[in-house]
Ligand binder design. Structure first.
Ligand code: SF4
Length: 441
């Protein structure tokens, strides 16, 4: 937990010797709290004070990375229990488990489905992140499956095996991809050494929090620092309890031994039940979720939820405010106006595209607010819209002198006509009404 300037001052020698370059110890403490200076500037810190200050500067939940290059997945580094307190920082990784007893063709078929689980929603690319290869048969089959997965997907890898020898061989094959090690044996003696040797993150698994805490401390002593926590397969209410307690202990009690991202394996055969359970873990507080069946519907629902949960609540997703030509828009195309809130813009865009009528959409800078909210907050006023019309070149883009406004702000028609000199046409209240409206225009 970050210390205040006064907390730091209590740990300093309080001699005001000025060797740090500050007139008083208090002035030095205030700069330390702002992370504007290094603790090394004071040569008189006691070893205990130094350790406390060093520890307080670390994030309460460690950042763990899996994979490499563009496909790198970073989880952890979370700072709050509740999203509205700040924001959730690193979206949880979602992955699919493939068993090694599938034939090579079946694995390739599955990977083909997984690799296509990519969507675009309100201007952002959404996709699953991981493929876990689980050993269910021989070491030979496991290694064949690992090689096949590695060659047929660029997603991050999770190696699930109980055999340290098979794990070592799999790590040799995949070392450049920095896979996550998930040992099924419960014995970490050799596995910890392999994690260290291959610089790979490791899942620590224990059924209760005390055992998990002691396991991570052991792993730390063995030189493993990138750890992901798992409390095993449990009923959903017990799992949510574990996830919440771990997050709370890490953030509120500064429990370093539980300050790691958490992994959940969802063990359900029915895809709908699986998606519903996984959705709970997206909200609270999984860093990685591994599923048995990832299909298009399930992936899209979970990725949409993840996108919403990990959006900064203080900064709605916004698009650049400007004039967007849709289709082969020309001088005779309708000109519609809306706000720059991503969800609003992309909803309007979807309906305009569905109408197949080339149009212009003028997106006004409302600081990411939707139509009615922006209107109520005086961010979507006739003056602001007129300003956007002039700056965007909308008047020059069309030969007619007409603009379509959302039905919910029909009340501004007169004032906008006066400000812009354009004829204002009141559009439908809901974007869903746009295709019919545009066709009848
Ligand atoms: Fe205080 Fe240390 Fe700075 Fe001296 S060097 S003024 S003891 S903080």
């Amino acid at each position: 937990m970050a210390l205040s300037g006064l907390d730091i001052y209590k740990l300093l020698p309080k001699t005001n010797c000025r060797e740090c370059g500050f007139v008083t110890c208090l002035a030095f403490a205030m700069q330390l709290a702002k992370k504007a200076v290094s603790i090394d500037k004071c040569p008189y810190l006691s070893p205990d004070a130094k350790k406390t200050l060093e520890t307080s500067g670390q994030p309460p939940i460690k950042l763990v990375t899996i994979g490499s290059g563009e496909e790198k997945l970073a989880v952890g580094n979370e700072t709050v229990l509740f999203r509205h307190e700040e924001k959730f920082h690193n979206p949880c990784g979602i992955g699919s488990i493939l068993n090694d007893n599938l034939s090579e063709n079946e694995i390739k078929k599955q990977l083909d489905i997984i690799n296509k689980l990519k969507f675009e929603r309100i201007g952002q690319a959404l996709e699953v992140n991981l493929v876990a290869i689980k050993q269910n048969s021989t070491a030979e089959n496991f290694l064949k499956a690992v090689a096949c997965v590695m060659n047929n997907t660029r997603l991050g890898l999770v190696l699930m095996t109980a055999e340290p020898k098979a794990l070592k061989e799999a790590l040799k094959i995949t070392k450049d991809r920095r896979p996550l090690i998930y040992s099924l044996s419960g014995d970490y003696t050799e596995v910890a050494q392999l994690a260290k040797e291959f610089n790979a993150p490791l899942v620590a698994i224990a059924q209760n929090l005390e055992a998990l805490s002691s396991l991570t401390q052991d792993l730390n002593k063995q030189g493993v620092s990138e750890i992901v926590l798992d409390t095993g397969i449990k009923p959903i209410k017990d799992k949510i309890w574990d996830l919440t307690q771990i997050r709370r202990l890490a953030l509120k009690k500064s429990n370093r031994s539980l300050g790691y991202p958490m992994l959940v394996v969802v063990d359900k055969n029915d895809p709908v039940e699986e998606a519903m359970e996984a959705a709970s873990y997206v909200a609270k507080y999984a860093g990685i979720i591994l599923l048995k069946n990832v299909n298009t519907a399930e992936a899209l629902s979970l990725l949409t939820l993840r996108q919403n949960i990990y959006t900064d609540p203080q900064k709605p997703l916004q698009i650049e405010p400007k004039l967007y030509p849709i289709g082969n828009a020309d001088k005779n195309s309708p000109l519609l106006v809306t706000t720059n809130f991503s969800l609003t813009y992309y909803t309007v865009l979807g309906e305009v595209e569905a109408s197949k009528i080339p149009s212009y959409i003028l997106s006004v800078d409302t600081e990411g607010m939707s139509v009615l909210t922006a209107w109520a907050a005086e961010k979507f006023t006739p003056e602001k819209i007129n300003d956007s019309i002039n700056k965007s070149g909308a008047k020059e883009a069309v030969a007619h002198k007409k603009i379509i406004i959302p039905g919910y702000v029909a009340v501004m028609s007169g004032d906008l006509e006066e400000a812009s000199g354009l004829q204002v046409i009141v559009g439908p209240k809901e974007a869903a009404g746009l295709p019919a409206f545009l066709k009848n225009l």
